[in-house]
Design a binder for this molecule. Structure first.
Ligand SMILES: *Cc1c(COP(=O)(O)O)cnc(C)c1O
Length: 494
């Protein structure tokens, strides 16, 4: 036996033949050598650890120099086999500085940070490189999918027969949910959409509201409902659907609601709507990308009251739950509809005792993204989820109070969750101040539009945000405002 061979079992044989292969196949030999020495992985891991050491102190956005140095990646497609170590060096040297660290002072979009245990678990599972499509491809992934599915049911208090599919994010979860709804509503009318398609099918009504997320509009279009067919319901000033304005709901209706408005964080009134809509035979889908987690807390649970009457839910791991990126979940109370929609036939439900991951997602092959979800939930426990999510809410309130004390800013929303929207005296000032805040690189917040006005949107979405981060960020907002005012005063003097 070759004592240098790092592999066990059937790989020993391969290693013993390596001498021979070296002559015939330089690429294979080179890759065996990388596997054997592991220097490459140690190098990448060392860089990763170095990166983590400074991630909480970094500029919140890459410097101009770092952005310019991205030019180093511009080159024609290489002709020859490369130098593995040099590739990792290049990636770290010019790649790491051009990243956006989602640490405690990043408030842009609704971009979450990463829980250390979850990130470390993902790192390990990356080396496993599992295909999560089927049990036989990865028993550990299949096991964790079942475990996490059960935990989610318990956390959100959903019926036992609810199923979960592990997808790339809420966009994909929304799409999966809408295809399940399409299947069920049409099936109830005696139409099998998986066989017969949509042409000539009974009409499905799509009812949603003016503040629904753009990913829902995308899903509506992808699922063939047509954005032009949406019956749009008005919202109140908080961005919540006005229940009294709902059209008559029937058993042809797909009703799409929202837990967490992407600007204000507001929740639709599920209690007022869902039970009755369900009784009328509608399919109710809730987009809860970052907001559904309130339903897993004690203090904020009231926001999701009545959501259990819905049929399907989309929620992200990578936003408020702070798993690393590429992690969303479709939760569906109608297993047959979801599996039939995504897998073309639910006949497996009778024939197979096994839960196969691919039946619950649009993809077949996919990475074992459940691993970091499992690690996050196992680490946090119910108490940790409560503390983290409520903590984001508390920090958001601190931000709103802090910024309201700076005369130049007005807070426009009631901070029910983790979102704060502010504006200055004019759209022009709001935009100028926002760009100044971004260029100061002390914290980062982006823009949006709210009731026809330009706003700066602050999303507290990281476990790492402290009260000190909030103070520093509020101070940076104030500084940015003063600098812009200074510039404007200077300009008017000339
Ligand atoms: C972010 C978001 C989405 C889209 O989720 P992705 O994970 O980015 O695909 C959908 N709905 C709402 C309310 C969101 O905030």
């Amino acid at each position: 036996m070759n004592s240098r061979c790092p592999f066990q079992g059937r790989y020993n044989e391969v290693c013993q033949k390596k001498e021979l292969m070296n002559k015939k196949n330089t690429l294979q030999a080179a890759m065996f050598a990388e596997m054997q020495s592991k220097d490459l992985f140690q190098k990448a891991n060392q860089y990763a650890v170095n990166y983590l050491e400074e991630v909480f102190d970094r500029n919140i956005f890459p410097t101009e120099t770092a952005l310019q140095q991205l030019e180093n990646f511009e080159e024609p497609m290489p002709e020859q086999i490369g130098d593995a170590a040099a590739i990792i060096d290049l990636l770290h040297q010019y790649g790491s500085p051009a990243t956006v660290p989602y640490n405690g002072r990043y408030f842009g979009f609704v971009n979450g940070s990463m829980i250390p245990t979850s990130l470390a678990a993902k790192n390990l599972s990356i080396y496993w490189d599992q295909n999560a499509a089927m049990q036989v491809m990865s028993p550990i992934t299949a096991k964790l999918e079942i475990v996490v599915q059960n935990w989610l049911i318990e956390l959100f208090g959903l019926p036992k027969h609810t199923v979960a599919g592990f997808v790339s994010g809420t966009s994909m979860a929304n799409l999966a949910a809408l295809t399940a709804a399409r299947y069920r509503l049409l099936k109830n009318k005696g139409w099998d959409v998986t066989e017969q398609g949509l042409f000539g099918a009974p009409k499905i009504r799509v009812v949603t509201h003016t503040h629904i997320h753009s990913s829902i509009l995308k899903a509506i279009s992808l699922a063939g409902f047509g954005k032009g067919n949406i019956e749009l319901v008005d919202c109140d000033q908080h961005g919540r659907i006005i229940p009294q304005n709902l059209p008559a709901i029937d058993d042809n209706t797909l009703l799409i609601l929202q837990a967490g408005n992407v600007n204000s964080g507001a929740y639709d009134d599920f209690e007022a709507i869902c039970k009755t809509a369900k009784e009328q035979g509608a399919w109710i889908h809730i987009d809860g990308a970052f907001g559904l987690w309130a339903g897993a807390t004690k203090q904020l649970k009231h926001l999701t009251k009545g959501f259990e009457y819905a049929n399907s839910y989309a929620v992200d791991g990578h936003k408020t739950l702070n798993t690393p990126y590429d992690s969303g979940i479709i939760l569906c109370q109608d297993e047959e509809a979801l599996v039939s929609a995504l897998h073309t036939s639910a006949s497996y439900l009778e024939s197979s005792q096994q839960r196969e991951g691919m039946y619950y997602t649009p993809e077949m092959s996919k990475r074992a993204r459940v691993v970091e979800m499992w690690a996050a939930l196992k680490y946090l426990g119910k108490e940790g989820i409560d503390e983290m999510i409520v903590g984001m809410h508390e920090r958001a309130k601190e931000f709103a109070e802090g910024i309201a004390n700076v005369n130049s800013f007005e807070v426009l929303n009631e901070v029910v969750y983790n979102q704060v929207i502010v504006q200055c005296e004019s759209d022009e000032m709001t935009l100028a101040v926002m760009h100044k805040i971004q260029s100061l690189r002390e914290c980062w917040a982006g823009g949006s539009t709210w009731n026809g006005r330009k706003v700066i949107r602050i999303s507290v979405c990281s476990w790492a945000t402290t009260s000190e981060d909030i103070q520093r960020s509020v101070a940076s907002f104030e500084k940015a405002y003063k600098q812009i005012k200074g510039v404007q005063a200077g300009r008017s003097l000339c």
